[in-house]
Ligand binder design. Structure first.
Ligand code: AP5
Ligand code: ZN
Length: 205
């Protein structure tokens, strides 16, 4: 199965993609994680970090290459964080076909709360939240015991810029899939379990 998960920053794409990948035996393909793992790599446009830490999109050629390589290696996949503009939609269409397109709808104030409260494990990649998903011991990863950190782009100012970039570039992507009739909109404001159940039900049908 080829699954695409769309949604604004903080909608829960990462949280749900990981669970869907595990439940349905799919590859989790995420441009955000791939770019973070190569943040300081020199490209002809500069490092990914120079765009990401400002909340801007990394140039298409860099991101397209990541997606192409990842999809080549994947049989079934859940794609998270891509496409983020209409040119990326066109590129994606040239390398694969989608079976499901989901859009996680979450209100803007809730997105800001989720992003500014997010804590991540630098060692194993697990994600937590200071209010909504607290680890057993404050500031410590449940999975591996490492000290949790905040993503560089989760400061309030950068979060606002990411949301602006989302409205300008990525909202048209959502409209594109709505118009082509493949979009399934899912209520993203329930608990992680509720959102997962809704997605899983659609996928099992
Ligand atoms: P990326 O890593 O893709 O970030 P994003 O799209 O901004 O999404 P997030 O990872 O912030 O949020 P999410 O929806 O995954 O939410 P999560 O599950 O973590 O991209 C980062 C940067 O990389 C971009 O700004 C850009 O520079 C670059 N980039 C990436 N892809 C690119 C592309 N295609 N083209 C160009 N540049 C690209 O949840 C958020 C928080 O909420 C967590 O703390 C979680 O615990 C909590 N939470 C989750 N679900 C719930 C729930 N149901 N209820 C309560 N809390 C919840
Ligand atoms: Zn960890």
């Amino acid at each position: 199965e080829h699954v695409l998960l769309l949604g604004p920053p903080g909608a829960g794409k990462g949280t749900q993609s990981k669970r869907l990948a595990a439940e349905f035996d799919l590859e989790h393909v995420t441009t955000g994680d791939a770019l973070r793992a190569n943040k300081h790599m020199e490209t002809e446009y500069g490092t990914p970090a120079s765009f990401m830490d400002a909340g801007e999109l990394v140039p298409d050629p860099v991101v397209n290459e990541i997606v192409k390589t990842a999809l080549e290696d994947a049989d079934g996949y859940v794609l998270d964080g891509y496409p983020r503009n209409l040119d990326q939609v066109e590129y994606l269409d040239s390398v694969t076909e989608l079976d499901y397109v989901f859009y996680l709808a979450v209100d803007e104030d809730e997105l800001v709360r989720r992003l500014t409260g997010r804590r991540v494990c630098p060692d194993c990649g697990a994600t937590f939240h200071t209010e909504f998903d607290q680890p057993e011991e404050e500031g410590v990863c449940d999975e591996c015991g490492a000290e949790l950190t905040q993503r560089d782009d989760d400061t309030e100012d950068t979060v606002r810029e990411r949301l602006r970039v989302y409205h300008e570039n990525t909202a048209p992507v959502v409209e594109h899939y709505r118009e082509t009739g493949t979009l399934v909109e899912v209520e993203g404001e329930g608990t992680p379990d509720e959102v997962f159940d809704e997605l899983a039900t659609e996928l099992r049908d």
